[in-house]
Design a protein around this ligand. Structure first.
Ligand code: ADP
Length: 225
C-alpha cells in the first residue's frame, strides 16, 4: 500500500553501473521534492570545472576505480549538512563500500529512517546498456533514448562517458562485485531494505520503486532502523 510520506525520507540507491540508479533517483527525488545527491555527478562536475578534487579524481575515475573513502565521506558529510536535506534526500552512488555505509549511519544519526533500494539487473543487460549510454558533453545530463545527437536541456553535443568504454566498464563491474556488492549484506537484514527488479521498462521500475520506498518508510514508522 502506498501512503504519503510524513517524516524525513532518507533514501539510498544501490545497484551496479547501468542498473538505472541515476534515472530512478532523479525521478523519485523530483516527485517527492527531495534533493538528489549523486557522488558521480559531484565528481564529474569537479573534473569539468577543474577543481583540486576534480584534478585528483579524474585518473582514478577513468580507470574505473573508487575514490578514497575519506574523501567521499567528507564530500557527502558536507552535502548532508545543507538545510535542503532536512526533509530527506536520495543518495545515488554513495555508499559504495562498507566503510562508507558505516559512516553514513553516523552522519544521519537521529535524522529518521534510511530506506535502501537495491536495483537488480543481469550482467549481460548492464553491458548492453552501458555500451549504448550517452550523456551531454556540456551539462552532463543522462540522455534518454529519444535524443539522438544533441541534449534536450542545453543543446550540447551528446558524448560517451569517458569511463563507459568496454574495458573500463568491465573494471567497474569487477570493482562493484568486490567492493560495493558487500554492502547489500550490510543492509539486507534491515526492515527498510527493498530489492527491485530493474530489468523492465523505466516507468515500471519507477512505479515499483515508489511503492517499495513509501511502504518501507511507513513500516519504519519514524523509528531509526
Ligand atoms: P556508475 O555508473 O558506476 O554508477 P557513478 O556516476 O556513480 O557511476 O560514478 C562514477 C565514478 O565516480 C566511479 O566509477 C568512481 O570512480 C567514482 N565514485 C562515485 N561515487 C563514489 C563513491 N561513493 N566512492 C568512491 N568512488 C566513487
Amino acid at each position: 500500500m502506498t501512503r504519503p510520506i510524513a517524516a524525513a525520507l532518507n533514501v539510498v540507491m544501490l545497484g551496479p553501473p547501468g542498473a538505472g540508479k541515476g534515472t530512478q533517483a532523479e525521478r523519485f527525488a523530483r516527485t517527492h521534492g527531495l534533493p538528489k545527491i549523486s557522488t558521480g555527478d559531484i565528481l564529474r562536475e569537479a573534473v569539468t570545472t577543474g577543481t583540486d578534487l576534480g584534478r585528483a579524481a579524474k585518473a582514478t575515475m577513468d580507470r574505473g576505480e573508487l575514490i578514497g573513502d575519506e574523501v567521499m565521506i567528507g564530500i557527502v558529510g558536507e552535502r548532508l549538512a545543507r538545510p535542503d536535506t532536512e526533509r530527506g534526500f536520495v543518495l545515488d552512488g554513495f555508499p559504495r563500500t562498507v566503510t562508507q555505509a558505516t559512516a553514513l549511519d553516523g552522519l544521519i544519526d537521529g535524522r529518521g529512517p534510511l530506506v535502501v533500494v537495491d536495483i537488480v539487473v543481469p550482467e549481460e543487460v548492464l553491458l548492453r546498456r552501458l555500451a549504448a549510454r550517452r550523456i551531454c558533453g556540456s551539462c552532463g545530463v543522462n540522455a534518454p533514448i529519444e535524443w539522438t545527437t544533441t541534449c534536450g536541456v542545453c543543446n550540447g553535443e551528446l558524448v560517451t562517458r569517458t569511463d563507459d568504454g568496454v574495458g573500463i566498464v568491465r573494471e567497474r563491474l569487477k570493482v562493484y562485485h568486490l567492493q560495493t556488492a558487500p554492502i547489500v549484506n550490510f543492509y539486507s537484514g534491515r526492515p527498510t531494505f527493498r530489492k527491485i527488479d530493474g530489468n523492465q521498462p523505466p516507468d515500471q521500475v519507477t512505479t515499483l520503486m515508489d511503492k517499495a520506498i513509501c511502504q518501507a518508510s511507513a513500516v519504519s514508522n519514524g523509528a531509526r532502523l
